[in-house]
Design a protein. Structure first.
Length: 299
């Protein structure tokens, strides 16, 4: 049996585990939240290293991207170093492959026509594959990286501007403790409608669910959300906010969609190659074998 463990900085209230069969093999998946406690996350990984097939690193990105440039978050690097034997992934492999495919799938199958649609992507550097594909499909995209990541109410209205801003700020931002940049622990359970105007102006709200949830306002009738990592309770919250359609880029597994870090861990364990040998084509081939499709839920 394959065992994939996601060690997350998120709330332990969102913990979940499932056992499924993929390609004729049993796969056990578990998400363990550490409530923002980095030393606890490191200790868990050390205890399980070599005993599981892959780790997902949740609640934090190891790498974020803008254009051809990759930036490493220092807090995530500390966590990743704890895994000496078992491969550890942060989901960026699927953000570069699966999420591109999902956006194209939705457009090609006329589920959503992205051309001209107003899209709020809460963080472009976190969802670089999605960002590039939305732009390719001629969406009117607002990147909320400064708004949701740094609390600076300045929308970025082109991917080139996003790249230029990232070049300037990321060498500094990558060293800031993650608790100041992203909702971890109990912050994942709280809400503020501080940036409601950006939600109301958009036709589609996309990207990291915890950024979306943190600032989710009421009165979003007719809107579409494209995200992942949602529980049954999150679906109820979105319905109460008026959301018309929820699309998760990762499939539902017994009551919830897991994060990209979890699903990348599953793919890595099934591909069964050393991490340094993995290429984009390996991910694409495995996504095709598993026939992964987005979940589309009318609320």
């Amino acid at each position: 049996m394959k065992k994939i463990i996601s060690v997350s900085l998120g709330s332990s209230k969102r913990d979940h585990q499932v056992e499924i069969e993929l390609l004729g093999e049993q796969v056990f998946i578990q998400r363990i939240g550490t409530n923002g406690d980095i030393p606890r996350a490191i200790q868990l990984i050390k205890e399980l290293d070599g005993k599981v097939d892959a780790f997902g690193m949740g609640g934090i990105d190891l790498y974020i991207y803008a254009g051809k440039k990759r930036y490493t978050l220092k807090d995530a690097e500390r966590i990743a170093r704890a895994a000496r034997i078992t491969p550890i992934v942060d989901g960026s492999g699927l953000k570069n492959t699966l999420e591109r495919r999902v956006i194209k799938y939705l457009d090609e199958n006329k589920i959503i026509s992205f051309k001209g649609k107003k899209v709020l992507l809460v963080s472009g550097v976190d969802r670089f594959g999605m960002a590039e594909t939305l732009v390719e499909l001629e969406s009117d995209v607002v990147f909320g990286d400064l708004i949701f990541g740094l609390g600076i109410p300045v929308p970025l209205k082109s991917i080139k501007l996003l790249e230029n801003v990232a070049k300037v700020i990321m060498p500094v931002v990558s060293r800031i403790p993650i608790k100041y940049l992203y909702p971890t622990g109990e912050k994942q359970e709280s809400q503020t409608a501080k940036y409601a105007a950006y939600y109301h102006e958009a036709d589609i709200i996309a990207g990291d669910f915890h950024f979306i949830r943190r600032h989710l306002p009421p009165g979003l009738e007719g809107k579409v959300i494209i995200t992942n990592t949602v529980t049954a309770e999150d679906v109820e919250l979105l319905a109460m906010s008026g959301i018309k359609t929820l699309i998760t880029t990762t499939p539902e597994l017994k009551g919830r969609s897991f994060g990209t870090n979890v699903m990348e861990g599953v793919l890595v364990s099934l591909i069964n190659k050393p991490m340094e040998e993995l290429a984009v084509q390996d991910y694409d081939d495995m996504i095709s074998k598993l026939a992964l499709k987005p979940r589309i839920l009318e609320l």
